[in-house]
Design a protein around this ligand. Structure first.
Ligand SMILES: [Fe+2]
Length: 228
């Protein structure tokens, strides 16, 4: 198996986050058990190329309510080489900050034209692209004070099924980014910025949208922090 340079722990999310009780239950209390790596653990999705850009903004043909955005980027190994055929699963709130989920108790409307979830596959260059609407902020009701800033959840399967990588990407210039317990659960500011989209082009014409870009490095010292 290939060697790679390990990341600095300060570049990743803290295991225990003050004022966020869930962080105390999601970290193993016991040492991890090493399991043998068989063919099942070393292999993953193959032959899934050929998907075009995913359209979350109009999954049923009618455009969802909200600001249309175009999101693109690359999925890479620690040396910058592309992860081809990586399966990316996405989920996000609608423009009012509402998920279609039984546990979402926020008093905000569901958009009948927006499911907020989708799946795509990276191309030969490790690139992905999708259209969506900018998600709204939403309150963490049990906290009594905390509002999550707009963000999109990403789950990425790399070269093996055991490589599932999960994170959240945030939008630049959002005031709520300053107080978000998860984003600020990454101690190092420079690496925290790897969790924020870069603003890119606006487009006008057939599609009017604001462009955002975010690359993912799945391991090594430049690894994009995981946020779950
Ligand atoms: Fe969320």
């Amino acid at each position: 198996m290939k060697d790679y340079s390990l990341y600095d722990d300060r570049s990743q999310m803290l295991h225990y986050i003050d004022r966020y009780p869930k962080s105390f239950t999601r970290t193993p209390a016991e040492p991890l058990i090493e399991r043998p790596l068989t063919l099942t653990e070393r292999t993953g999705p193959v032959g899934l190329f050929g998907c075009g850009p995913l359209n979350l903004a109009a999954p049923k043909g009618v455009r969802a309510t909200g600001q249309l955005i175009t999101v693109k980027g690359r999925v890479m190994d620690e040396d910058g080489s592309p992860i081809r055929g990586a399966v990316i699963e996405l989920w996000q709130a609608n423009s009012a900050g509402k998920y279609i989920h039984a546990m979402d108790n926020h008093q905000a409307p569901i958009d009948p034209n927006f499911t907020g979830e989708g799946r795509l596959v990276t191309n030969e260059e490790g690139e992905y692209e999708f259209f969506s609407i900018k998600p709204g902020a939403y309150p963490v009701l049990e906290s009594g004070w905390w509002w999550r800033p707009p963000h999109i959840h990403f789950s990425i399967f790399g070269v093996s099924w055991m490589d599932r990588y999960v994170t959240q990407i945030f939008f630049p210039g959002e005031p709520l980014n300053e107080t978000d317990l998860l984003l600020n659960g990454v101690p190092d500011k420079e690496t925290r910025n790897r969790l924020i989209f870069d603003f890119t082009d606006t487009t006008m014409g057939e599609i009017n949208s604001i462009g955002y870009k975010r690359d993912f490095v799945l391991r090594g010292h430049r690894r994009t922090p995981e946020v779950d």
